[in-house]
Design a protein around this ligand. Sequence first.
Ligand code: PLP
Length: 359
Amino acid sequence: MSKYWSDVVKKIQPYVPGEQPKDQKYIKLNTNENPYPPSPLVIEAIKKAADEALRLYPDPLCTSLVSSIADYYHVSKKQVFVGNGSDEVLAFGFLAYYNQGDRILYPDITYSFYPVYSNMFQVDYDLVALGSGFELGVEDYLKKNDGIIIANPNAPTGKLLSLEGIKTILEANMDQVVIIDEAYIDFGGESAVGLVNSYSNLLVVQTMSKSRSLAGMRIGFAIGHEDLIDGLNRVKNSINSYTLDRLALVAGAAAMKDQDYFQETCSKVIETREWVSKRLEGLGFEVPRSSANFIFAAPSRIDAEELFIKLKEQGILVRYFNQPKISGYLRISIGTDQEMTALCEAVAGIQESVVTGGQ
Ligand SMILES: *Cc1c(COP(=O)(O)O)cnc(C)c1O
């Protein structure tokens, strides 16, 4: 605590990202990165753009990237906003749509950045309890509120909410903005982008960090009614007009265009997720159905935190949340088949040693 800090900075509780340790080589299954490299076209585009033009500012309108996203989703360029990671897009959304003292809704178990932004921007919030199987109750979002944020599929549970459910929520909340954070939608859900022309209160936020293997480039985007996009641009141009650099702009556009590579890598992740889910069930885990590039699984033969620690000792990183309702679970990102085989073998070995060691 410093006397020089503003009142807000004294009060906020910053987000703690998953670890990126440098002490040894880990099998990294803790931050939902994609195990496959970005499209070769992305690398080529970045190399081509790494030239003397870097002395010039990038295009503040991000035209080429915005166009590639608009083409992919069959929307107009005026319905697309791009930002330096979807975390930035979400932060801008808070500033663009919610007032200090407003009361917004999101689930009690969800992406932990939402309460961080709420505190930072002094927006109040109600945590809406998920059901016992982590399912989201649509009827809980029909009460009075000043805004709603839903990650779909949800993090860290991987649970998908149907488009019908989203429509019901949108219809009951036409006077405030509903943000659907689709960071994981490409791994098994249908995007709500198709609803933006029908619902002027819908903002769909996506990222290239997960399904397009570009966490290191920081590219996020939002699709919604022109007026919502305008709001985001007003915020951006009051903070930093050049949020995306020249390399990110070309990388993102190339990634959106290489649809074959995108489909292929998403399919591989999904296939791996399905066999790993079964294998872990065989090892005594409860594995709720995931629509994301991770699984949220509860071991029954060992304490989750103990397993987390022992896996780390063996060079395998997963995510453990020491938090009510989910402290019995591990969030395990889907890696390559080889990495996931190593994970399953390590789990089996640890469980065996715990059982025999404890007797
Ligand atoms: C990973 C993630 C993000 C952030 O993505 P970036 O584009 O890397 O900032 C946003 N929302 C959810 C739910 C995520 O899991």
